[in-house]
Design a protein around this ligand. Structure first.
Ligand SMILES: Nc1ncnc2c1ncn2[C@@H]1O[C@H](COP(=O)(O)OP(=O)(O)O)[C@@H](O)[C@H]1O
Ligand code: SF4
Ligand SMILES: [Mg+2]
Length: 380
C-alpha cells in the first residue's frame, strides 16, 4: 500500500489521575487506561479494535477524536500530529473525524427533533446557508434508510435501530473522512445489528470513509474489518489481518475471545475441540499485573510472564503478537519464543547476551519480521 495511512497512532498513552479523598486531594495513582498503543488505519479501510469492557477501547476512540488529550504519544491524521493541537485548530478537525456512540438512547437529545439533531453541525460549522439545511437533513435521512419526511419527529418516536441510524446520519452531516464507531451495534437486537453494519459498509464504499470500529467481541467486526487489533488492559496484544486473526491467532487472549465466536473452527487436540475459557475479571488498570498483564488469567502463564513484559513482535507479513509463548491454539511452544529478542533466559533473568534486533514499536508493519519457527529475522 503506497498511499499514506489516514490515521497513524504511535505509543499512545492516557493516564487518568486518581485523587485521594479529603480536603487536600492528592494524586495517589493513575488509571493506565491506554498504555503505549500503536496502530494505523489505511484510507478507506476499517480497523477493528476488540477487547473486554474496561480495556481502554473507548478511551482510545476519544483520544483519536480528540475529545480527550493524550498523556503522551502521537496521533497523525493525514500526516499531521493532532495529539497536542490548540482548540482553534481542533474545530476544523471536528469536521473530518466524527464519532458514533454505542447508546442511541442517551446520545440523542430527547427534546430536539431529528431535523435539528442532524442539522446542528451544519449550523455550528456554518457550512451551508440556512435554507439549505432542511434539504441536506432530508438527504441524510434517506441515505441512512429513514423516511425523509420524518425530520420533525422526536427520538422517542423511533426504534433502537432507527435511532442508531439517526446517530449515523448526524455523524455524516459534515462529510467526515474518518469515523470512530464505538460499539455502534452493542445496544441493538442481534437481528438489527447486521442491518446497521451493512449500512456502515455501504456508506464506507459510497463516501470512501475510513473506520476505527470498536467492539467487545470478535464476531461483530469479522465481516466489516479486514484488519483487527485485540486490546487487553490498555495494550494491544495481537494485531493482524482478518485471515490471521480468525484462522491463526497466536495470543491466548485472542484465542479465548475466539472461543466465543460460534462459526470459528478452533484446533482439535487429542480429538476434542480446544477451548480457552476466561476466568475472573479484567484486573484494575491502576495496578496492572507485572510482566504480561494477561498473566493472572492466562492458562499458560509461567515464571517469565510475571518478570518480563512480552514485546509486541511482528511475526509475519501482517501479524504482531505480544506473548512469550506465542503459538497457534494447542501448539504453543514449551520454551519462550522471546528470549533471544530480549536477551533473557527461559525464566526471564538477564542471559548475558545482548538482545537480537530491536523490536519495532511503530504503527503498521515492517518488511522484515521475527520468524517463530526458525527464530530468525526474515524479510518479505
Ligand atoms: N475519565 C476517566 N477518568 C478515570 N478513569 C477513566 C476515565 N475514562 C475511563 N477510565 C477508566 O479507563 C479504563 C478504560 O476505560 P474505557 O476506555 O472506557 O474501556 P472500554 O471502552 O474498553 O470498556 C477503565 O478502567 C475506566 O474505568
Ligand atoms: S506472555 Fe505468558 S501470561 Fe502473557 S499471554 Fe503469553 S503465556 Fe500468557
Ligand atoms: Mg467502551
Amino acid at each position: 500500500m503506497s498511499e499514506r495511512p489516514i490515521l497513524e497512532v504511535e505509543d499512545l498513552k492516557m493516564y487518568f489521575p486518581v485523587k485521594s479523598t479529603g480536603v487536600i486531594r492528592r494524586t495517589v495513582g493513575h488509571v493506565q487506561a491506554v498504555d503505549g498503543v500503536s496502530f494505523q488505519v489505511e484510507k478507506g479501510q476499517a480497523l477493528g479494535l476488540v477487547g473486554e469492557s474496561g480495556c481502554g477501547k473507548s478511551t482510545t476512540g476519544r483520544l483519536v477524536t480528540r475529545l480527550n488529550k493524550p498523556t503522551s504519544g502521537a496521533i497523525r491524521f493525514e500526516g499531521d500530529d493532532i495529539s497536542d493541537i490548540s482548540p482553534r485548530k481542533l474545530k476544523p478537525l471536528r469536521r473530518e473525524i466524527q464519532m458514533i456512540f454505542q447508546d442511541p438512547y442517551t446520545s440523542l437529545n430527547p427534546r430536539h427533533t431529528v431535523g435539528s439533531i442532524i442539522g446542528a453541525p451544519l449550523a455550528i460549522h456554518d457550512v451551508v446557508p440556512k435554507n439549505k439545511i432542511l434539504p441536506r437533513v432530508q438527504e441524510l435521512l434517506e441515505i441512512v434508510g429513514l423516511n425523509p419526511e420524518h425530520y420533525n419527529r422526536y427520538p422517542n418516536e423511533f426504534s433502537g435501530g432507527q435511532r442508531q441510524r439517526i446517530g449515523i446520519a448526524r455523524s455524516l452531516t459534515l462529510q467526515p473522512k474518518l469515523l470512530v464507531a464505538d460499539e455502534p451495534v452493542s445496544a441493538l437486537d442481534v437481528s438489527i445489528q447486521a442491518q446497521v453494519i451493512n449500512l456502515l459498509q455501504q456508506l464506507q464504499r459510497e463516501f470512501d470513509i475510513s473506520f476505527l470500529f470498536i467492539a467487545h467481541d470478535l464476531a461483530v467486526v469479522r465481516h466489516f474489518c479486514p484488519e483487527v487489533a485485540v486490546m487487553y488492559l490498555g495494550k494491544i496484544v495481537e494485531i493482524a489481518d482478518r485471515d490471521t486473526i480468525y484462522g491463526h491467532a497466536h495470543h491466548p487472549y485472542t484465542q479465548a475471545l475466539l472461543s466465543a465466536v460460534p462459526d470459528v473452527k478452533q484446533a482439535e487436540v487429542g480429538g476434542r475441540r480446544e477451548r480457552i475459557r476466561l476466568q475472573g475479571d479484567v484486573p484494575s488498570p491502576i495496578n496492572p499485573p507485572s510482566g504480561c498483564r494477561f498473566r493472572t488469567r492466562c492458562p499458560m502463564a509461567q515464571e517469565i510472564c510475571a518478570r518480563v513484559e512480552p514485546p509486541l513482535m511482528q511475526i509475519g507479513p501482517r501479524h504482531k503478537v505480544a506473548c512469550h509463548f506465542a503459538g497457534e491454539l494447542g501448539q504453543s511452544p514449551t520454551r519462550p519464543v522471546t528470549t533471544s529478542v530480549l536477551g533473557v533466559d527461559d525464566q526471564g533473568s538477564p542471559a548475558g547476551t545482548s538482545p537480537a534486533t530491536p523490536v519495532p514499536t511503530g504503527p503498521g508493519y515492517d518488511q522484515q519480521w521475527f520468524d517463530l519457527s526458525s527464530q530468525q529475522v526474515i524479510s518479505a
